[in-house]
Design a protein. Structure first.
Length: 283
């Protein structure tokens, strides 16, 4: 615990079994096999600010994905009409944002007794699950994730109430795009927010403030074996590089908010809905 509070992240090796990881991978294969996305809804996922505003920011498909299972694609895999240039299962970047609510396997993992026990050890009193994602990091094309803080996208008052659980479903190495962190960077607040734009704006979301320039030498890599869990403080600065290797780097990740004494920003792109209020982590 003291290490997590000092660094803003914590690696817990072998938190999930190989069987649990394989069950998630097998479940996602079925979801991808049945995936139907109309061409006009096919959104290329990016973390570069201009591209984010252009693709996700103009996409209602992204903005209304908080309570659904939706599909997002790597850059360069679609032609101008939205047709796939490579097989669809090789083109997908991530699936989000409510696997934890709608899929039995991911729901079971998210609410597993060991996750709940970890929440209690962390002192979470009323944690709720706000979103979940399956990330593919495809071989050769899995895009980089630029340095960021999760609180930029998932803002709370007060800050410091959002926690990421990142589960490696395959070994994550420096070659295939493991996470990198700046230890201790969770203590400086945030300088950038992604907010819903006013109605009538050309994009659905906009950025307020800017991300500082980070020194590459401050980042340390966190390679982790299949089944390992990385806990991520909402304000710690982290990134991942392009996956130029021949192996994928699948991960399942979800975010939890301590709801006690916390208000979720009405300006966040992600909002609870009457159909799916944020479910309690504790069952």
């Amino acid at each position: 615990l003291s290490q997590f509070h000092r660094d803003g992240f914590l690696v817990l090796e072998q938190f999930f079994s190989a069987e649990e990881c394989d069950a998630m991978r097998s479940q996602i294969q079925g979801i991808v096999a049945r995936m139907e996305v109309p061409p006009h809804c096919r959104t290329e996922f990016s973390t570069r600010q201009e591209e984010q505003l252009q693709s996700q920011g103009s996409s209602d498909y992204f903005l209304t994905s908080g309570d659904k299972i939706r599909f997002f694609f790597e850059k360069g895999v679609l032609d101008e009409k939205g047709n796939f240039l490579i097989p669809k299962e090789k083109s997908i970047s991530k699936i989000g944002h409510a696997l934890h609510a709608h899929d039995p396997v991911f729901k079971q993992i998210t609410h597993s007794s060991k996750v709940q026990e970890l929440g209690r050890k962390l002192g979470l009193e009323r944690p709720v699950v706000v979103q979940s994602m399956y990330i593919f990091k495809q071989p050769g094309i899995g895009g980089e994730v630029t340095p960021h803080q999760d609180a930029t996208f998932l803002h709370t008052e007060p800050l410091g109430r959002v926690l990421g659980f990142w589960i490696a479903l395959e070994d994550a190495t420096q070659e295939n795009g493991c996470l990198w962190f700046i230890p201790g960077s969770h203590t400086n607040g945030i300088t950038r927010r992604m907010v819903r734009a006013a109605s009538g704006a050309s994009t659905c979301v906009e950025f307020v403030g800017s991300e500082p320039a980070y020194d590459d030498s401050q980042f340390i890599p966190l390679p982790i074996k299949k089944g390992g869990l990385i806990l991520i403080h909402g304000e710690v600065v982290h990134k991942s590089e392009l996956n130029s290797s021949e192996s994928s780097r699948h991960a399942f990740t979800f975010h939890v908010m301590e709801a006690k004494g916390t208000s979720w920003s009405k300006e966040n792109w992600l909002q609870p809905t009457p159909e799916l209020p944020f479910p309690s982590l504790y069952t």
